[in-house]
Design a protein around this ligand. Structure first.
Ligand SMILES: Nc1ncnc2c1ncn2[C@@H]1O[C@H](COP(=O)(O)OP(=O)(O)OP(=O)(O)O)[C@@H](O)[C@H]1O
Length: 350
């Protein structure tokens, strides 16, 4: 117990899109994109996080902006380790007397080898002790669900690389599903839709911007108000078209086109229905008593995907269950990891 005062114990959400660090006693102290810019000639890391993200799609030949995490797991081990080292040193720079103990999250669908890679990269980045925590459990704790009670809690965490669906009761995952379809896949669907329909090539960042600004997965035509980022937005305030820039594949030249909300909904249909299927499958496998609890309390949505317009409404429409968007949906996993420090054994028997 005495050591807690001098160490910087932390919870890390090592995400495909964003990495968040929760420092014990302080809350979230770092939130940056999981991106690293590397000079391929020298192997030197040029920038990490926000700085590196700005470089995506804009680098000269010998500089690449890498996203070392893919589908929720480590795609590039060395770069992940360097990125973690940078983030940890950024939050520990002052007043850290000893290296930190870290609770780090992993998607529930990963293999033992992938788990070991996350553990190893965190140790090599400077952790004294590492404890791995399943992402849906962290998200549920961070969303404030009573995970330790004998009661069905359902969490749907739609991140960048993975969607985690889980039913939790008495501190354990009763049933879960992890699918590698989430925000990134939605971006890819927008890219291929626009390429197919308009012969226009757009970049990843443009696609993400379209998803966030114009993306909608439920037909609000007849519904006046919707929920955006947890706030009610009145029908007339919702933008319905957007001008986008890309490269015309026929002429090879830059070109602008205008796309409509319905088109984005069409583009997102398939991956979104895969997410809905996973939710339905998990509900089907949920024991009846717990399903009754969920029916009463609702499904909790977390992760950046919780903010996709119409997502909550579509899930309710398809499952007949009430849906709540977690407060601080983007931060739930990191907050949950941070809170779990209290209970972590860091490899020792408690
Ligand atoms: N307002 C929004 N509307 C739609 N999508 C959003 C919004 N804000 C963020 N996103 C999307 O959420 C995703 C990132 O979510 P989050 O930070 O929870 O993922 P992550 O933890 O990095 O990924 P993973 O959990 O898969 O490792 C991105 O795909 C981003 O485009």
């Amino acid at each position: 117990m005495g050591l807690f005062g001098v160490t910087k114990d932390m919870g890390i959400d090592l995400g495909t899109a964003n990495t968040l660090v929760y420092l014990k006693g302080k809350g979230i102290v770092l939130r940056e994109p999981s991106v690293v810019a590397v000079n391929t000639k020298t192997g030197e890391v040029l920038a990490v996080g926000d700085e590196a993200k700005k470089m995506i799609g804009r680098t000269p030949g010998h500089i690449v902006a890498i996203r070392p995490m893919k589908d929720g797991v480590i795609a590039d081990f060395d770069i992940t380790e360097k990125m973690l080292k940078y983030f940890i040193s950024k939050v520990c720079s002052r007043s850290a007397f000893t290296s930190p103990r870290i609770v780090v999250c992993f998607p529930s669908g990963v293999t033992t080898v992938e788990r070991r890679a996350i553990d190893e990269a965190t140790r090599r980045a400077g952790a004294r002790g590492v404890e791995l925590l399943e992402e849906p459990m962290a998200a549920a704790i961070g969303a404030g669900l009573p995970v330790n009670e004998a009661m069905g809690n359902m969490i749907v965490d739609i991140g960048g690389g993975t969607t985690e669906v889980a039913v939790i009761s008495l501190d354990g995952i009763v049933t879960s599903q992890s699918l590698r379809i989430a925000g990134d896949e939605l971006d890819k669907s927008i890219i291929s839709y626009i390429k197919r329909k308009y012969n226009l090539m757009i970049g990843e960042r443009t696609a993400e911007n379209i998803k966030v600004t114009l993306g909608s997965v439920f037909d609000f035509e007849r519904v006046k108000d919707s929920i955006v980022d947890g706030h009610v937005v009145h029908g007339e305030d919702v933008v319905d078209t957007m001008e986008i820039k890309g490269r015309d594949l026929l002429s090879g030249l830059p070109k602008n086109i205008e796309i409509r909300r319905e088109e984005v909904r069409e583009a997102l249909h398939e991956p979104v229905m895969n997410i809905i299927e996973a939710i339905k499958n998990t509900l089907e496998k949920t024991p009846p008593e717990l399903a009754a609890d969920i029916m009463e309390k609702g499904i909790t949505l977390a992760g950046g995907g919780a903010y996709i317009k119409g997502m909550a409404e579509l899930i309710t429409h398809e499952t007949r269950m009430p849906v709540n968007i977690a407060e601080n949906a983007l931060d739930c996993v990191a907050i949950g990891a941070g809170k779990a420090i209290e209970y972590a054994s860091f490899g020792k028997r408690r």
